[in-house]
Structures are given as structure tokens and as C-alpha cells.
Write a protein that binds this ligand. Sequence first.
Ligand code: GUN
Length: 281
Amino acid sequence: MSFQIIDGNALAKKIRLEIASRTAALVKKGIKPGLAVLLVGEDPASQVYVRNKVKACEEAGMHSLLERLPADLTEDALLKRIHELNLDPCIHGILVQLPLPKHLNSHIVIESIAPEKDVDGFHVANAGALMIGAPIFRPCTPYGCMKMLESIDYPIRGARAVIVGASNIVGKPMAMLLLQAGATVTICNSKTKDLSAHTKEADILVVATGRPKMITADMVKPGAVVIDVGINRMDDGKLCGDVDFESVKSVASAMTPVPGGVGPMTITMLLLNTLEAAERL
Ligand code: GUN
């Protein structure tokens, strides 16, 4: 059976060119899309992610603002800053990097972002819109996964999709997008019994658990398309996904690599959401 790597870097590059040209057209009309990224504390992985998000914005010709805030910032101070950004006409998208330090309630913080600037799509207004099949902002990681499936012309209608991981950021919105595209969807979680009985049924397998290489070849249906959302740092410093790429590639028909798969697509969809927020004005 033939095997195809779904190249997230190449797809991201192509979509970012389109985003840059739409951005330039908007700038000509006097609107420069602007994204504010708030990072509270000094989580090393988060620092890398936010730097990449801001850099991608600048490369696309957008305005970006990275605010590094102290780990002991009070919730009131964070809410006040978000309120100011909600009113700032130069800012079209607001992203608060998660996870937040434990003393901050992420639900309260996310709900304080104006829904029309919530480019992560995490606000309940946006999560609800997605749930009823009328999305305004699709959460960036699942949105990027859908674009990757589209890029290989995968016939999603009628396919069996299994998602391993039920987070609000990836698993649940991924399920909604696949359902909307006509897939029959199962969401597995950490309490699922006999996980491989589910994963082996999947035509489309999406894995977002944060557990390195947990999906092995014996858990995958021959010919399945496998989307690996995990990014884990191994003891030797190398990155790996939640899927054991080396073994699964002999069973799957297509798979996303780590790095160079879902990661660059997540940032690309953030740019697209920010652009669309500005275009809607
Ligand atoms: N932390 C991990 N993924 C994400 C994401 O997509 N958005 C935000 N805001 N924080 C994250």
C-alpha cells in the first residue's frame, strides 16, 4: 500500500502566501490586521509557541503585540488588560496562551475576551456556534487538521473518525468539525476501555493525548489516515508525536509528521482567523 506524508510545512507555506496577499489588500484599505498575544509566566514551551505566533504574524504583514506578564499577575489585572484590548481598534484578535498559572481561572479569563476577537475560538459563544454547525472562529489546531485532510482530498463524508483526547482545545472541536463534514465520530478519553478496539475502526485517526508514541501499528486500521497532534520532547532533546511514526507508517495510508505536521498549521489558522476578524469589520 502506498504511504503519503502530509507535509504541514508545505501546506502552511501555501496558505500563508494567500493570507499575506489578502492582508496586503486589507492594508491598502487602511486596515492592518492586529493580533495581541498575552503570555503569563515563563513556561518554556509557551514562550517558544508565542514567539512563533508573533513572528508568523509579522511575516504575513500583520500587526502583532506580544505581552509577557509576570507569573504572579492578579486575575483582576489580567481582566483589565483584556478589557483594554477588547476596546483597542488596532487589535482584531486576542490570544491568551494556555495553560495559565494555577491561581488564574482560565474559564473566567477566556470569557472576558470579546467573542468577535476570540481568534482561538475558545469563548463559549464561539464553542456554541461551532456546536450548532455555524462556526465563526474554528479553533486553530482542529481547523489546521481539517485543512490537512482537505489537502489530500480525503472523502470525509461517511468515514469513521476516531479522536483520542477530549480536550476543549483539540478533541471536542475536532469532533464537531468532522461531524459537520459528514464523518461518524467517536471521541475517546483517558477512561476509554479497550482503546485499540476503537482506534482500529478508524478511517481517520486523530491523536491528541500528550503521551509520546502511544499509538502503535497494531492499533491502526490498514489504510487509515493518521493525524498526530502531539508534540513531546524526548530525553535526547528530539521532538516526537503521540503516534509511533516509524511503526504506524507501515500500516497507514497517510500521516502527519512531528515536527512539520500539525504545528505549522495551527499557527497558520491563527493568522487566518485574525485576518478574517479584521475583514469582518
Ligand atoms: N496552548 C496550547 N495550544 C493552545 C492554543 O491553540 N491556544 C492557546 N491560547 N493556548 C494554547
